[in-house]
Ligand binder design. Structure first.
Ligand code: AMP
Ligand code: TRP
Length: 328
């Protein structure tokens, strides 16, 4: 069996960029050789201020969305990070086996912290908690978007270093990235990634968005002055982003799209893309609405946490043994 682990933060509505990475979550569950763990990483969310009521609602919203996009709780383990103590315990042990120099190099921390007036120590050590999430399950594969590459490299470095120092302890994980759509860009500024934290509501499209909002966001998306439709991230990032979205959600290659829209302006491309996205997310929204208020959801999370606890507490025991802690 191969172990698969990934996590998404419950800090706002899942957008098309997240979803692009999450399509791989669903693909990986279909291989019966994979044992998949998908986590709602609520402890990562509180590295920046959260309204408690909103965090609570967002956590359940994300759980329902995990299932609505096609994850089957009978095949995969779905759970809340804060329900499984191994994550924070291992994070501490790893903090004492990693270096400030390593964290200082993390570009996500630099980007986020630059925009803030006060920065929590949790935001700084966030990548170590992520490493603990992954290493606590002897994970082989981590499906994520491109933006997490650096965090995953750090996780591998920490695992290898620990293994060298204390003897073989951790499985060294590998990232799995989407072939197309590993980085979906903002609709208003296609040189920055689509992000939950962007305050411009037209910069992103959430999975539960209304049809009218989807239309408005795509129609006003930034393009460029010439009207040629081709993939060229350097000179035409806006159009390249729209083509990528179309390819991911319309299940059609970018080459085919370039052929299809040859000689046409951006208007047609945008109009069709609106329809492609609306059609794609319609069944997801319907399934979400059935699940959101149900008791079933909390049951699934409870069972998921129990299974996650079993696996990860064994790994933490192993780590503590290696480091010389007395255990009974
Ligand atoms: P987060 O919302 O930061 O918890 O991210 C959840 C997942 O979505 C991770 O695998 C990220 O790598 C992925 N992701 C976030 N933003 C984007 C984006 N703009 N394009 C592609 N993947 C993304
Ligand atoms: N840091 C990831 C993000 O912002 C979320 C995350 C936390 C994660 N722990 C993880 C992803 C473990 C994969 C594996 O997207």
């Amino acid at each position: 069996m191969k172990r698969v682990f990934s996590g998404v933060q419950p800090s706002g509505m899942i957008h098309l960029g997240n979803y692009s990475a999450m399509q791989n979550f669903v693909k990986l569950q279909e291989d019966s050789n994979n044992d998949c763990f998908y986590c709602i990483v609520d402890l990562h969310s509180v590295t920046v201020p959260q309204d408690p009521k909103v965090l609570y609602e967002n956590s359940l919203e994300l759980a329902a969305l995990y299932i609505a996009i096609g994850l089957d709780p009978k095949k995969v383990t779905l759970f809340l990070q804060s329900q499984v103590p191994a994550h924070t315990e291992l994070a501490w042990l790893l903090q004492c086996n990693s270096y400030m120099g390593e964290l200082n190099r993390m570009t996500q921390f630099k980007d986020k912290s630059q925009k803030m007036t006060s920065v929590t120590t949790g935001l700084y050590t966030y990548p170590i908690l992520m490493a603990a999430d992954i290493l606590a399950y002897d994970t082989n594969y981590v499906p994520v978007g491109d933006d997490q590459k650096q965090h995953l490299e750090l996780t591998r470095d920490i695992a290898l270093r620990f293994n060298n120092k204390f003897g073989n302890t951790f499985t060294v994980p590998e990232g799995i990235y989407p072939k197309v759509g590993a980085r979906i860009m903002s609709l208003d500024d296609p040189t920055t990634k689509m992000s939950k934290s962007n305050p411009n509501e037209f910069s992103k499209i959430g999975l539960l968005e209304t049809d009218a909002k989807i239309k408005k966001s795509i129609m006003r998306a930034t393009t460029d002055s010439d009207s040629e439709i081709r993939l060229d991230w350097e000179n035409k990032p806006g159009v390249s982003n729209l083509l990528t979205l179309y390819s991911v959600f319309g299940n059609i290659s970018i080459k085919e799209l370039e052929e299809k829209y040859k000689g046409q302006g951006y208007g047609n491309l945008k109009k069709d893309l609106v329809q492609v996205i609306i059609n794609y997310i319609k069944p997801i929204k319907e399934r979400y609405n059935e699940l959101r208020g149900s008791d079933e959801l909390k049951e699934i999370l409870k069972e998921g946490a129990m299974r996650a606890n079993e696996i990860s507490s064994d790994v933490v025991k192993r780590v503590k043994d290696k480091m010389g802690f007395v255990q009974f």
